[in-house]
Design a protein around this ligand. Sequence first.
Ligand code: MSP
Length: 527
Amino acid sequence: MNDKFYITTPIYYPSNKFTLGNCYTTVICDAIARFNRFQGKDVFFLTGTDEHGQKISLSASKQGKSEKEYLDEMIADAKALWAMLGISYDKFIRTTDSYHEKSVQKIFKTLYDKGYIYKSEYEGLYCTPCESFWTESQLVDGKCPDCGREVIPQKEEAYFFKLSSFTDKLLTLYKENPQFLQPQSRVNEMINNFLKPGLSDLCVSRTSVKWGIPVDFDPKHTVYVWIDALTNYINALGYNSEDDSLFKKFWPANVHMVGKEIVRFHAIIWPALLMALDLPLPERIFAHGWMLFGGDKLSKSKTTGSVECIDPRILVPEYSADAVRYILLREIPFGSDGNYTTEIFLNRFNSDLVNNFGNLVSRTLSMLKKYFGSVVPKHYVAKETDDIELQANVLKETDNVFKVMKDFDVSKALISIFNIFSLANTYIQKVEPWTIAKDENQKERLSIVITNLLESIRIGTTLLASFLPECSGKVLEALNLDKNALFANLDNFYGIEEGKEILPIAILFPRLDINAEFEKLARIMAP
Ligand code: MSP
């Protein structure tokens, strides 16, 4: 078995503060990284920022700052946000890091020397005040999409990458390795919309963009967008540097997680660049859907339905990192789009975190205290149908978590984990431990029932720990399990030693008064 696992988020543009939408990709990757660490794999989880280009210069100058000053502040804010959300990345790459810049220059030169990059002329529609080129399809009402002013056709000298010469190789890649890009619908999109019509060469340098990595053998050019951005995935591992041990160990990536709008760059340009560099291709690219905010009463831009939404920096201190992680991971069917509204967030908090998970833990621990003085009872083999069925159903959901996580399906994994908690809650209602407790002759059965509940909590919470690390950590701590072998007993109901004392824990999630919370958030967010 290959026990290394390399996972990446896209590198984010710090031209605005990161939104709840940006948190989505990062939280998914964090859950997958943690899950793989629990499986004993050697994980490398990369994230970072994409810091070059006109937009960054513009954002900096709007604030009267130099690019560096502006970026340092934005990156500090991004890192604070990731810390707030418990993101366990192993490395944060900034494309302004000097090791990255040097490697990008070397890669550009290598591709030029190999004949994959040539000099020509770029023709586009230019917005003079924004100093930006646009294509016809990017214009809004025929005007610059950023400032709404006139654009004029303009030419400039530029280097091009011979992307067109990779059309057939990429078609072969998708034919021979349909797993390369997921979900499958994206493969059809790449083949039918881009590969079958034939690829055009790609403009990879600009003379009009000053904030970028200079092409070292022709410094009036800066490297334009994709060679700079995409190669972060190998440069972060030390590709082209003196110490490339991480590169040797972790490349090729096991998965690049990307939003659906940047699939084409990852599924076409990136493999072509790697082929040109004679490097192995990533194992998988996964295109996830978008979290849409249009329906949220608290959304600042209801009309666009896109990124403007309630700030995660407000939600986390109010409701916990786990609550925010939960809504992101649970509410969007993995691979599709999903809606976020404040109502959905608050309702899920109450129904899933408070009523299902939190309630199960507090009910079980108080019964353990009442009937067994908080000491784990003796283990017996289950004989009653209800007891056997609970065990079988919990183990079935557990198997399902592992099955769906092979395809990184975090939302289905969470559904199965919360099914475990629901199964246990339903079991309590059905077997009525309080009735069994009244019968002196049913001591053994009471032990079985309470153990069944404790074990369902142990199994469910162990699985949950990758997704909601904070609340799971509290429960696992109380159960006092061997942290290095948490995944060891997920196929049986004998993971907690008998005779061990388990102390009750504080309430995991307080029940919310939805109306009051809604009003509070509206007040906090009022301009
Ligand atoms: N810099 C490029 C990526 C280069 S990767 C070599 C970029 N950056 S971005 O900041 O605009 O977006 C990065 C990612 O944020 C998107 O791929 C997407 O995954 C995520 N999201 C931003 N808003 C989102 C939602 N509303 N919902 C889900 N994810 C979205 O593109």
